[in-house]
Design a protein. Structure first.
Length: 94
């Protein structure tokens, strides 16, 4: 779900992936939210916007276009009860 820039193994996203295990050791994480990870992939296909793994919800909040020609907008609603996180894609009409 989390991508990488170009073909370089290092960079912001690689560092982010390396940091997550350290954070998980010291804090209870319910959700990880990423932005600007377009759903459509250059090579075709779509990136998943929501993945749950080992009790952690990974949310890709980017949607392109965010505002459609009709004026409809997309938002992500993220809720937690302290034990679990839930996310829902919400379409908001003008």
């Amino acid at each position: 779900m989390m991508g990488r820039r170009g073909k370089q193994p290092e960079g912001p996203r690689a560092s982010f992936k390396q940091l997550l295990p350290f954070i998980f050791e010291h804090k209870r994480v319910l959700a990880v939210v990423a932005g600007h990870m377009h759903h459509r992939l250059k090579g075709g296909g779509e990136r998943k916007w929501l993945v749950e793994s080992d009790g952690v919800l990974y949310v890709n909040a980017a949607r392109v276009p965010r505002i459609e020609k009709s004026g409809q907008r997309y938002h992500v609603c993220l809720e937690t009860d302290g034990e679990r996180a839930r996310a829902e894609l919400v379409a908001v009409s003008p």
